[in-house]
Design a protein around this ligand. Structure first.
Ligand code: PMV
Length: 348
């Protein structure tokens, strides 16, 4: 076994203003922002071994302890791009052992956590090869974010604690299309312990991948209005994040999630990822909020599962109602409870 090994965990994230539409090498058509999750993480270990073939990039991919060559292409694609800067990538057979804390069949995409974990492992390995250890600061997070973005756009935001923003906005000089940035310093404390309960409606594979969905935006008649709207929502959200207005936050989250799904339904060809149970859950959340005044709102990723968002102060109250009313609507009663977290952590 080689001495050159490192292990990181990196989280998934949930976007509040969504990235949907891209150009060039994984550059976003509009800005986006997400909460970094605490418990839904990928754990990735990178080990350098002796080359065994002439392949320029050689990867042995293990998922949850089992050899899974069919999972390797996404990592190979990213490593190929990273090899222009980290030329040692071509000198070794790279063993990637990965696992997720969330079930493989829970409908949660592992690309954000997986690609961010791999990028950070490569940066760390580069430091190890030079006899150092990685200084994990804003600069190296941005660099890892740059590479994570090449693997999966949303992965760019997973490098940052609590809240990550990606995509340049004219009046905000720190923002960039190339990498995400931390938005934590501009964010009220209430959002730093926010809850995201993921209500599992379906565990199946998505009928349309997010890359195909991004591609359909190119021909959408709504494209330019959407990009403008998303950037405006983002600017509005910046104010809300600062002030701590949880109702305004929730309204923007719901509007943007339904816009995302509306765009899918209006694509040519059109597609629907929401299921009847998704709509039932949405209606229950809205009904409970209207009845109680509890600021519980939802967002939705590119799939049928509903992410329920609420402040920590309401956790007990929400849990009772959630388990009574929402759990029976979920596939096998499955709910993944999560909260805002602190970003990637080095494990070894
Ligand atoms: O990172 P991708 O290419 O899987 O795209 C993610 C798109 C959404 O999850 C729907 C939105 C987002 O900003 O995370």
């Amino acid at each position: 076994m080689s001495n050159f090994t490192c292990k990181w965990q990196s989280p998934s994230n949930i976007a509040i203003v969504k990235y949907w539409g891209k150009y060039g090498n994984q550059l976003p058509r509009n800005g986006s922002i997400s909460l970094t999750l605490r418990d839904a993480v990928s754990v990735t270990e990178l080990t350098l071994l002796g080359k065994s073939t002439d392949e320029p990039i050689e990867v042995d991919f293990y998922f949850e302890g089992e050899s899974k060559p069919e999972f390797a292409p996404k990592s190979i694609k990213l490593l190929k791009q990273m090899a222009s800067e980290y030329t040692w990538i071509k000198d070794y057979r790279i063993k990637i052992s990965s696992s997720n804390t969330f079930p493989h069949s829970s409908g949660i995409a592992s690309s954000a956590s997986g690609m961010s974990a791999l990028s950070i492992c490569v940066l760390d390995m580069d430091a190890i090869l030079q006899g150092n250890s990685l200084q994990f600061n804003e600069e190296t997070r941005r660099k890892a974010s740059y590479y994570a973005r090449l693997g999966s756009g949303s992965a760019s935001r997973s490098l940052f604690a609590q809240i990550g923003q990606w995509g340049s906005l004219p009046d905000y000089s720190s923002t960039s299309d190339e990498h995400a940035v931390s938005w934590s310093a501009n964010t009220h404390e209430v959002f730093k312990t926010y809850h995201d309960d993921i209500l599992i409606v379906s565990k199946g594979e998505k009928s349309v991948s997010s890359s195909a969905g991004h591609g359909l935006m190119d021909a959408s008649v709504f494209a330019s209005a959407r990009y403008q709207q998303a950037n405006q929502r983002l600017v509005d959200l910046f104010g809300v994040l600062k002030s701590g207005d949880v109702d305004q936050f929730g309204r923007i989250a719901e509007d943007d999630a339904l816009t995302l799904h509306g765009l899918m339904m209006c694509s040519e060809p059109s597609f629907t990822l929401l299921a009847p149970k998704s709509i039932e859950i949405i209606n229950e959340i809205r009904h409970y909020r209207a009845k109680t005044g509890v600021p519980v709102y939802f967002t939705i990723d590119a799939g049928p599962n509903i992410h329920m968002l609420y402040p920590d102060a309401y956790a007990d109250q929400v849990a009772t109602w959630r388990d009574d009313v929402l759990r029976p609507l979920c596939a096998d009663g499955q709910i993944l409870t999560d909260q805002v977290g602190d970003g990637p952590v080095k494990l070894a």
